[in-house]
Design a protein around this ligand. Structure first.
Ligand SMILES: *[C@@H]1O[C@H](CO)[C@@H](O)[C@H](O)[C@H]1NC(C)=O
Ligand SMILES: *[C@@H]1O[C@H](CO)[C@@H](O)[C@H](O)[C@H]1NC(C)=O
Ligand SMILES: *[C@@H]1O[C@H](CO)[C@@H](O)[C@H](O)[C@H]1NC(C)=O
Ligand SMILES: *[C@@H]1O[C@H](CO)[C@@H](O)[C@H](O)[C@H]1NC(C)=O
Ligand SMILES: *[C@@H]1O[C@H](CO)[C@@H](O)[C@H](O)[C@H]1NC(C)=O
Ligand SMILES: *[C@@H]1O[C@H](CO)[C@@H](O)[C@H](O)[C@H]1NC(C)=O
Length: 383
């Protein structure tokens, strides 16, 4: 004999005893406890109800019902119209020749189980049992807090959920959205986390009743990297701005250097402005002394990076400056010719052969064209 049968047997015995007590059955009435052909036991389909809702329990009566009762496990809820239960959620709906219906409002998890309708007719007792299954929407009971970690750390996100039926839990990277990052598990393991894995993670718990979701922010700190600086050309007296862009979390602080000297905001005619990972060094009126090599250093608690930017002079291409450039170069050429002539005049006077024997090739190239001029000058100097 199986456990179930034994259980069913003891149930039957129990019901009979209950009914005896309840209905004060005459002791002589032929009520047998096991294998009783005179007792009609019926099992109804399971009733599934959601937590908080109302469930109706109904059983049919019959022609000559003398006594009837609804039981929750071992306790009587209603005996006929008499309420035995002290639970205010349990009330009588209908009791007549056809049916006996009670209802349980605001159903709780603990209400789950077997309910029995016991009916005593003039001929034989009859029981109808029904199993009430209570479903509970999922609820996230434990969730990782928002996290700030350094790049390379091993991260585990945790999401525990309760509910009936047992909810299935999953993780995904919500923003920036990435289908490939996630897990169908209560735990999401991210070994050696990279900066690309930072973002908003969503934990979802699903069962037949409902779906719930909550999010966790994962922040990944990393040291700065700076974009290669672009050299900037500015005309004397004009405004000039050097820009330095850094990528870092937490956001980088910037330092500017001219060669090895630190430059501070508020220095004469200089302004340093930092915002959103970008630092700008502005010269309101570029002077000759400002031209040079500048270094921008981006720093956060994990490290630093730097780049060098050249501030160089640009001559404005107006017609007057163009003319100036030409005149200057002509004058420079003449003076260099004169300087060379001073040291080589003896050689030149000695003849072209001596010039070709000299080490300087460039002297040799321009010498013939200027020969006339030089000779003229020398003649002039002699007088
Ligand atoms: C009723 O529920 C019980 C317990 O969950 C289960 O063992 C049984 O198979 C169900 N019966 C039906 C008919 O669904
Ligand atoms: C049914 O019985 C269980 C166990 O004793 C109890 O926790 C629950 O509140 C009862 N439900 C009703 C509706 O009486
Ligand atoms: C991460 O886990 C791996 C493997 O378990 C281990 O070798 C490594 O040291 C861990 N890294 C950190 C930063 O804890
Ligand atoms: C820039 O500075 C020079 C010399 O100090 C001055 O002559 C000139 O007016 C200034 N230019 C501007 C635009 O302020
Ligand atoms: C500017 O200075 C940095 C460091 O002081 C140096 O590495 C770099 O070569 C310099 N750039 C130029 C163009 O002189
Ligand atoms: C700039 O970075 C180089 C290595 O990339 C480092 O050697 C140098 O010291 C840094 N300069 C400053 C001013 O931080």
């Amino acid at each position: 004999m199986g456990v179930c049968e034994r259980f069913a047997g003891s149930w039957r015995r129990f019901i009979v005893i209950s009914l005896r007590l309840l209905f004060l059955l005459p002791a002589g009435l032929p009520v047998r406890s096991q294998g009783d052909s005179q007792t009609d036991n019926k099992v109804m389909d399971n009733i599934t109800v959601r937590q908080g809702e109302t469930v109706f329990l109904s059983c049919s009566q019959g022609d000559v019902v003398t006594h009837t009762a609804w039981l929750n496990r071992s306790s009587i809820l209603y005996a006929g119209e008499d309420k035995w239960s002290v639970d205010p959620r349990v009330t009588l709906v209908t009791l007549n020749q056809e049916e006996f219906t009670i209802k349980i409002e605001n159903v709780e998890m603990t209400d789950e189980g077997q309910y029995i309708c016991a009916v005593q007719t003039s001929s034989k007792p009859r029981t109808t049992s029904v199993h009430v299954i209570v479903q509970v929407p999922p609820k996230i009971t434990e969730l990782s807090k928002d996290l700030v970690v350094n790049e390379g750390a091993n991260v585990t996100l945790k999401c525990l959920a309760s509910g009936k039926p047992e909810p299935s839990v999953s993780w995904r990277l919500l923003s920036p959205s990435d289908e490939n990052i996630g897990s169908d598990d209560e735990y999401l393991e991210i070994p050696s986390v990279s900066r690309q894995r930072a973002g908003t993670y969503e934990c979802t718990a699903v069962n037949e009743v409902d779906t719930v979701a909550q999010t966790v922010e994962l922040m990944v700190n990393y040291p700065p990297t700076v974009l290669e600086g672009r050299d900037v050309g500015v005309t004397l007296g004009q405004r000039g701005t050097l820009e330095c862009e850094a990528d870092a979390i937490p956001e980088a602080d910037f330092e500017w250097y001219r060669d090895d000297r630190r430059i501070f905001n508020g220095f004469d005619g200089i302004e340093i402005e930092d915002a959103g990972g970008l630092s700008k060094l502005t010269f309101f009126n570029v002077t000759e002394a400002d031209y040079g090599n500048y270094t921008c250093v981006a720093i956060n608690k994990l490290g630093s990076a730097n780049t060098s930017i050249l501030l160089y002079e640009v001559i404005q291409p107006t017609s007057s400056t163009l003319l100036q450039v030409e005149t200057t170069s002509v004058l420079q050429m003449t003076s260099s010719v004169l300087a060379k002539t001073a040291s080589e005049n003896i050689a030149i006077l000695e003849g072209p052969g001596a010039v070709q024997d000299g080490n300087s090739g460039s002297t040799a190239t321009y010498a013939p064209t200027c020969l006339l001029l030089i000779i003229t000058l020398q003649l002039l100097l002699k007088f």
